[in-house]
Design a protein around this ligand. Sequence first.
Ligand code: PEP
Length: 251
Amino acid sequence: MATTRQPLVAGNWKMNGFAVSVSELAGIIEGAASLNGKAGMMVCPPATLVAAFAGRAKGTVLAIGGQDCHAKENGAFTGDISAEMLRDAGASAVIVGHSERRQYHAETDADVSAKAQAAWRAGLMAIVCVGETRDERVSGKALDVVGTQLAGSLPDGCTTANLVVAYEPVWAIGTGLTPTAQDVAEMHNFIRQQLVARFPAAGEGVRILYGGSVKPANAKELMGVPNVDGALVGGASLKAADFMGIAGVYR
Ligand code: PEP
């Protein structure tokens, strides 16, 4: 029997947005409802806006996520936020291991794995990001690099509900560049094989998102690639019209 995976289109707002941005959610909530369950939608605002966004999205099909969490539940970690705090603010998921966290905060695969476990401890879905740099792709190491990241960043104990993997080539994030559909297909097929080998029960049902310069103009092609179960969208998720131009491919 073929496994059905509900696609997910998640927006990563990064360090963008003020209280006034909650008004942008109206169009996203309306758009999410118009998908009639053919795909799920999520917005991951900065931590300052999680509670306000979750309050606005309550009772709708739009999910709200965080962009990072600390591995510990609480303690003397100035400036950090725990998975439990995100949950308390109304989030149902958290992105961990985004390349900007790996690059600017020196997060290792072990750190990412600990954060994913923290997400599960708090009852959040973990969106675990992996992806190679330009040099790694050019030198033919993309699959090896992503395989190593997966092995180190994914804790044991995943289910189809608590884990989403996002393949985000670092060189495609915010650059307007994207891999070819063939390269995306090869990588997503590779990630699927890794998931199935390591998690025989859940691997086939875990969703694998593509992220990196997804726009309304390229969404149809990218989302049509086998084993691409949706998108993690940065810049184009800030405006409801652009974000729905992407998620709308699932209507
Ligand atoms: C991201 O930051 O996760 C991302 C995919 O960004 P962008 O869509 O802007 O490339």
